[in-house]
Design a protein around this ligand. Structure first.
Ligand SMILES: [Ca+2]
Ligand SMILES: [Ca+2]
Ligand SMILES: [Ca+2]
Ligand SMILES: [Ca+2]
Length: 414
């Protein structure tokens, strides 16, 4: 009670100081790399709102743009491209400040491959360890293309770019959660400058959740995963993705592009096979679960799985609770849809209006149970359901065709 009152008082004083000190909107009036009227100068001005006027053309950078204030900032473009050849990022927020961008593109030079590695990120939000609350990144009408590393990266992880590299949730992080909102965002042709460079990558460590809310967005031809959400320690992953598509992602290590990718880049070695990537990958470790809605999604020609959602479900009271609706999947190398849980969480997956080539797999390996329902579904290959250890496994199939095998382990069809 006392703490809450204190927090409210602090919030009040913050509001007053913000009201008293808020800088006016900064106008970007030229496309220069720096100097008066440039985007770089606007980012350094202390303004919370930046507007790039329509007369400004494409902005060609000589070095990374860095926003290093702690206050939230919004950048409103009018269709310009922000371009540059960077080893780090086109735009970095070094403080974990909230960032909102609309009507702007970010373009690396492209041309990266396993034989021509390098390059930086498009947007990079680095979250310092002392950050609390919710780190918010909101993108509307934003395109990211041609970067060698991640297109968009939010990192709340002390290991930086080594975070998540198969290390099972290693690294430290802040108490903050991460919120990413994408509205009409295109991420295309990024992530070919190194192994495991994704379209959108979010790393959360320490306490806090990852919350992704994406609409009308496109994840295309990414070298790594179209999206990877990597949540370790306390906290869950909550997703709402609709009206979006994932096409041709995960090829950086593919032996379709070069003859011996593992010899060229040893980090491509996944137990002797080239480590190709997914359309949409969630890895949740430590306490927490995965929940949300995936609705009206196309998943086509990805080099590994389509949806690849894995959780450890450690601790008490966790759930994997997913509604997968109106999903089309074809031409993916591995499972179209795969959900796995290794700990104590109960797994509830409801699928409706699904048309997929390839397998659908849901497995629960620990103390929890598994309940899956399919309604109006066509599965072109196997339906693989597995419940292990304690807990009951049930599946309800309505108007559902499984072309190949119903591969059930300890599952009652009800
Ligand atoms: Ca965190
Ligand atoms: Ca990845
Ligand atoms: Ca967790
Ligand atoms: Ca179980």
């Amino acid at each position: 009670m006392k703490q809450k009152a204190l927090r409210l008082a602090m919030f009040g004083s913050l509001l007053i100081s913000a009201g008293a000190m808020a800088a006016p909107a900064a106008m970007v009036t030229n496309a220069a790399d720096s100097g008066v009227g440039s985007l770089r100068a606007a980012l350094a001005s202390g303004a919370s709102k930046i507007v790039i006027t329509p007369a400004v053309g494409d902005i060609i950078l000589n070095s990374s743009l860095v926003y290093d204030a702690e206050t939230a900032v919004s950048i409103k473009g009018s269709g310009q491209r922000v371009m540059g050849v960077m080893d780090d990022s086109l735009l970095m927020v070094s403080t974990g400040a909230d960032l909102t961008i609309s009507d702007l593109s970010f373009a690396g030079p492209g041309g990266y491959s396993i034989e021509n590695p390098g390059g930086g990120k498009g947007l990079y939000i680095a979250v310092p360890e002392e950050r609390v609350g919710m780190v918010s990144l909101k993108l509307t009408n934003v395109t990211v293309t041609g970067t060698g590393n991640h297109g968009v990266h939010v990192s709340d992880c002390s290991l930086g770019d080594a975070c998540g590299g198969g290390s099972g949730g290693a690294g430290e992080g802040s108490a903050a959660s991460i919120y990413v909102q994408l509205n009409n965002v295109v991420i295309d042709g990024v992530g070919f400058g190194k192994q495991d460079a994704d379209g959108l990558r979010v790393d959360d460590r320490g306490a806090g959740d990852i919350v992704l809310n994406a609409t009308d967005s496109h994840f295309l031809n990414v070298g790594g995963d179209g999206i990877e959400l990597d949540e370790g320690n306390e906290g869950s992953v909550i997703v709402h993705v609709r009206n979006s598509d994932f096409i041709g992602n995960g090829a950086y290590c593919s032996d379709e592009l070069v003859e011996d990718p593992i010899a060229i880049d040893p980090s491509c070695n996944d137990d002797g096979d080239p480590d190709v990537d997914d359309a949409f990958d969630i890895d949740e470790a430590g306490p927490g679960g995965i929940s949300g809605v995936i609705n009206n999604i196309s998943i086509v020609d990805n080099y590994d799985e389509g949806l690849d959602f894995d959780t450890e479900g450690e601790g008490e009271g966790n759930l994997v609770d997913l509604d997968l609706m109106d999903i089309y999947a074809a031409g993916n190398a591995d499972e179209a849809i795969k959900v796995s849980e290794e700990g104590n969480a109960d797994v509830l997956v409801r699928m409706r209006d699904i048309w997929v080539e390839g397998d659908v797999e849901v497995e629960e390996e620990g103390m929890g149970g598994l309940q899956v329902s399919l309604n109006d579904a066509f599965i072109g290959d196997d339906l693989k359901l597995s419940e292990k250890h304690a807990g009951a496994g049930q599946v309800k199939l309505r108007d559902t065709v499984v072309v190949d095998e119903k591969d059930f382990n300890d599952i009652d069809e009800i």
